[in-house]
Write a protein that binds this ligand. Structure first.
Ligand SMILES: [Zn+2]
Length: 269
């Protein structure tokens, strides 16, 4: 076995699960290598060695080795626990959704440092912003931009009508199109938006990172955007975003029956 260099990087814990009797498998988004899934030997037995550092949302200094095609966690030192998030159930749900969305949407082996910074700032912002839905909407929008699926938000893709000439618009996520209200049908992965929200989306898609978090969608627009983008990400990845259950508690926001069936939800949700 040749010498294997240890990689050191800042990272954010996306998810951790038990593996075997004593280990844990941990997914990180790292600054140096994008998405990394590593085995933390003994992490179940000796929690002391990884105090709080394998919790979802934690920012850590990670060191790992690559051996036999697997990533082995050597050390994981906590840098930021995001304490304010962990004492608030709904903010925590939003934080988990951010992490889960990155886990589902980032291909392994693709390194996007701007995604690391976006997630880190998004988690910080969730701890303090008065409207977590707005933070999540901005975050997911930028994730759609980074995945290359954001349409040019200038005119109806079908009739060419300019944004300035219509009040009602439809963003069709599966087809990656902006459509005017006459040409956009509304399946479950589309979202209906007023012109002001589309203009704000356009600004948010291109804003420098330090200006992003000051932008504010109307409350209903932020919620509609989050739901539509989350549903689209579920279909893209073929996996449920489990954290959406925390944000949509039973009875709070009933979906139309048709949409519930379409999304394969059981009746108890
Ligand atoms: Zn049109």
């Amino acid at each position: 076995m040749g010498f294997m260099k240890t990689v050191e990087t800042e990272a954010i814990v996306l998810h951790a699960s038990d593996y075997g009797e004593s280990d844990r498998i941990v997914s990180f988004y790292t600054l140096e290598a994008g998405l990394v899934r590593g085995i933390a030997k003994g992490a179940r037995r000796s929690r002391k060695r990884f105090v709080n550092s394998l919790e979802t949302g934690s920012v850590v200094h990670l060191s790992y080795r690559v051996r036999r095609g697997l990533f082995w966690v050597e050390g994981c030192k906590l840098l930021e626990l995001h304490e304010p998030l962990r004492s608030d159930f709904f903010r925590w749900g939003h934080a988990c959704l951010l992490c889960e969305a990155v886990l589902r949407m980032s291909p392994e082996g693709l390194n996007q440092p701007e995604l690391f910074h976006l997630l880190r700032r998004g988690l910080e912002r969730l701890g303090s912003d008065r409207d977590p839905w707005n933070v999540t909407a901005l975050f997911l929008l930028r994730l759609v931009v980074l995945s290359g699926n954001m349409p040019a938000l200038e005119r109806c893709s079908q009739c060419g009508k300019g944004l300035e000439r219509g009040q009602g618009w439809i963003w069709n996520l599966p087809r990656g199109l902006l459509l005017c209200s006459e040409h956009g049908l509304q399946p479950s992965e589309s979202v209906s938006l007023d012109r002001g929200s589309v203009l704000l989306m356009r600004l948010a898609a291109a804003a420098p990172p330090e200006k992003l978090w000051r932008m504010r969608f109307r409350k209903d627009a932020a919620r509609a955007l989050v739901r539509a983008m989350a549903t689209w990400m579920e279909h893209q990845s073929g996996r449920r975003l489990r954290c959406m259950k925390i944000l949509n508690p039973p009875g709070a926001v009933p979906l139309p029956q048709k949409e519930r069936n379409h999304r394969g939800m059981d009746e108890s949700i």
